[in-house]
Write a protein that binds this ligand. Sequence first.
Ligand SMILES: COc1ccc([C@H]2[C@H](O)[C@H](O)[C@H](C)N2C)cc1
Length: 450
Amino acid sequence: KIELKHGSHRIGKRTDEVMQKWRGYGLGQFIHWGLYAIPGGEWNGKQYNGAAEWIRSWNGIPKSTYDSLIYKFNPVNFNADEWATTAKQMGAKYVTITTKHHDGFCLWPSKYTSYTVANSPWKKDIMKPLVDAYDKAGIDVILYFSVMDWNHPGWRYDIKTKEDSVAFEGFKQFTRNQLIELLTMYPTAKGLWFDGTWDKSWVKQAEFADQLETEMRKLRPGLIIGSRFRADEKGKRHFDANNVLMGDYEQGWERKLPNKIEDVHGNDWDCVMTVPENQWGYNKAWKGHIKTANELIEMTAKSVSLGGNFVLNFGPQGDGAIRKEEKQLATQIGNWMKINKEAIYNCQYAGLEKQDWGYFTKKTGGNKLYMVVFNAPVSGAYRVKLPAKMGITKAYALATPTQSLSTEEIHTNEYFIHLKKQGGDQPFVIVLETKNSSDNSGNVYDKAKT
Ligand SMILES: COc1ccc([C@H]2[C@H](O)[C@H](O)[C@H](C)N2C)cc1
């Protein structure tokens, strides 16, 4: 064990209520919105091949020209309630919103820089109406904040000279000021999602970042901060030099999912996912594979089956409207969630052997198991292996709860649930009500033969 002053300060999951609620969200929305949505991945008729929110880093545009986009920020079709309603209809329980991305443009009227909405034609605060609209919709808000800030003169990628360190000291105070400002202006925010923390300059700030995290947690008890914010004094990120998770949950699952429970090391985690291969900000020309609703529903079920949450990204247009493809996905996913949300909300890893038909989830604190089916077996027989003392008292398709399904024990603690081929192309859920033979509530199917 390595002696660390600025490593992880907690072993194992947080057990407080705020984190227990976070653990049960299941499905969330990410919003990437800012000046980059105006060009939308294109400049002077030329397509930028990278991620649209990184267009400033393209040598096809002079930096100052990009920075002057602030004078074009006037999202006449921005409607915070419409965004929150879209998220509500999709079934999202939390939203992560970019307050400031790498370009340094602030969606709130920060006192610490002039590069904010206050100095755009729009003039008004964007964050306040958004936080209020999502709060009203019952969707918890997490504030995304990029430490790396290409607009601030004090930003450095590394600290090599005396000048660098003087400049970066000013930048560190600026960063602290903005974070305290955000927590003060939007006190209902449940957490902070940090980004832009991989460069050496920030990685070298183990003590400062640790103290800042402690200060923020004191200001906002219960605040949720993931593994992306700070490095330990050995320069280790996400996991400290003793391989213990930094922060409250693992934030490494960006555009990728764990495959088996061992991959998540017993930690809380969420996966943040783009609809195209790699576009967070609005890109006019979505290229390559655009994920379908069924793919995204499967990623949601897979995330919950492995003890995490799934966060789907939306990149609103420069005028503030949400593009029709994203609205359509929100509707399709929402239609599925309306019927099947019981298998997603407040569910966790079931601890059962994965089967080919799909994913198990388990209701937290209950005796219900859910089988989220994506690959219906041609036999209509769904294999289920249970721990020794667990029996099945009832089995039914979630959509038709009064029609019990026949359960056949084919080996000790191994069953076939029989369900004839369902019509349609939608994933569906089978519910198993279980009991432990140690307690005697209800009768157990044992040796049941069809
Ligand atoms: C260098 O590879 C990166 C760097 C930053 C990102 C940023 C994206 O712009 C988006 O904000 C995502 C959540 N974040 C990790 C993605 C890939």
